[in-house]
Design a protein around this ligand. Structure first.
Ligand SMILES: [Zn+2]
Ligand SMILES: [Zn+2]
Length: 263
C-alpha cells in the first residue's frame, strides 16, 4: 500500500492511496486538469480509480469534483449524506456514516468524525493487507475519538494549518482569524504536534503534514514545531518521546506531488 499527496494546502487538496489492485482518491480540491495530470504522471488513469472519497464540501476539497464526476461517471463517489447533498451528488453516489466501515475494492475504510465547521466532515482510516493509512485534514481541535481513529496507523496525513503567532499577527481580518483558531476551525502546528505525540508509535512509518496555510505558516515552521513535540518534552508530559528510528516526516506542497510513501 502507498500514499501520495498530489497537492495539499488550505487552497486545495487531493491524496492518492494505492494498493496492488486498487487506487482511491481522497478529495478532489484542486482543478480537474491538475488532478488528472498528477495522476497520469504517477501512471494512473483517472477512470481506473476504484473510488473518490470526500472529507467535506468546502471548495479546497471539492473544486475538481463536478468535472471529475462528469468525465469519469464510472468512478464511485463516497461521502457523508449531507456532503453529497450540498454538492448535488446524492444521486448515484454512496453515502457513508461516520464510524461505519465500508469497502472499496480491497480497501477497508472507516470514516471518522472530525470537529470542523462543515455539514458532516470526516477523516478516513484506510486498511489493506494489515497496513493502515489515515487522513485527517480540516480539524479544529483534538478529541478522544480523533486520537482513537488515528492510533495504530502506519502512515498519517494530518493538518498542520498555521503557526499561532503568524495567524494572530498576520493579514487576515479578525473574524477569519477567529474562525481558523476556533475548535471547529483548523489545527495549528502546535496542536498537530500534540496530537501526533499521542498517536505516533513504533509502528508509524510516515507522517505527512498537510493543509498548510500559505499566509500563516511555512513548511519549516510546521516541521520544527511538530518535531519539537515528537522528540522533546514540548507536550509537557513525562511520556518518552515516540520518535524512534525509521519514521519519515514530510510536508505536503500546494501543487506538487509528494511521495509515494510506503504505508
Ligand atoms: Zn474545510
Ligand atoms: Zn480545507
Amino acid at each position: 500500500m502507498e500514499i501520495t499527496v498530489l497537492g495539499s494546502s488550505s487552497k486545495g487538496n487531493s491524496i492518492l492511496i494505492s494498493s496492488r489492485s486498487d487506487r482511491i482518491l481522497v478529495d478532489a480540491g484542486l482543478s480537474y486538469s491538475y488532478i488528472r495530470g498528477a495522476l497520469s504522471r504517477l501512471g494512473v488513469e483517472a477512470e481506473e480509480l476504484s473510488g473518490l472519497l470526500l472529507t467535506h464540501e468546502h471548495g479546497d476539497h471539492t473544486a475538481g469534483v463536478l468535472r471529475f464526476v462528469k468525465n469519469h461517471p464510472g468512478v464511485p463517489v463516497y461521502s457523508t449524506r449531507p456532503t453529497l447533498w450540498s454538492l448535488r451528488l446524492e444521486r448515484g453516489a454512496n453515502p457513508v456514516t461516520p464510524g461505519r466501515v465500508f469497502t472499496v475494492g480491497e480497501f477497508t475504510v472507516r470514516p471518522f468524525p472530525v470537529p470542523h465547521d462543515a455539514l458532516q466532515p470526516v477523516g478516513y482510516r484506510i486498511e489493506s493487507g494489515g497496513r493502515v493509512a489515515a487522513v485527517a485534514l480540516d480539524t479544529g481541535s483534538v478529541n478522544r475519538a480523533l486520537i482513537e481513529a488515528l492510533r495504530g496507523s502506519h502512515s498519517l496525513v494530518v493538518e498542520a494549518n498555521h503557526n499561532r503567532r503568524m495567524l494572530r499577527e498576520g493579514p487576515y481580518p479578525f473574524p477569519l482569524k477567529r474562525r481558523i483558531a476556533d475548535p471547529l476551525g483548523h489545527l495549528s502546528n502546535d496542536q498537530c504536534g500534540r496530537l501526533l505525540k499521542r498517536v505516533v508509535d513504533p509502528g508509524t512509518r510516515t507522517v505527512v503534514l498537510a493543509h498548510l496555510s500559505e499566509k500563516n505558516n511555512t513548511p519549516s515552521l510546521a516541521l520544527s514545531e511538530v518535531v519539537e513535540h515528537l522528540v522533546g518534552d514540548g507536550g509537557g508530559t513525562a511520556k518518552p518521546p515516540p520518535l524512534g528510528g525509521g519514521i519519515t516526516i514530510e510536508v505536503a506542497k500546494p501543487r506538487e506531488i509528494v511521495g509515494p510513501f510506503k504505508v
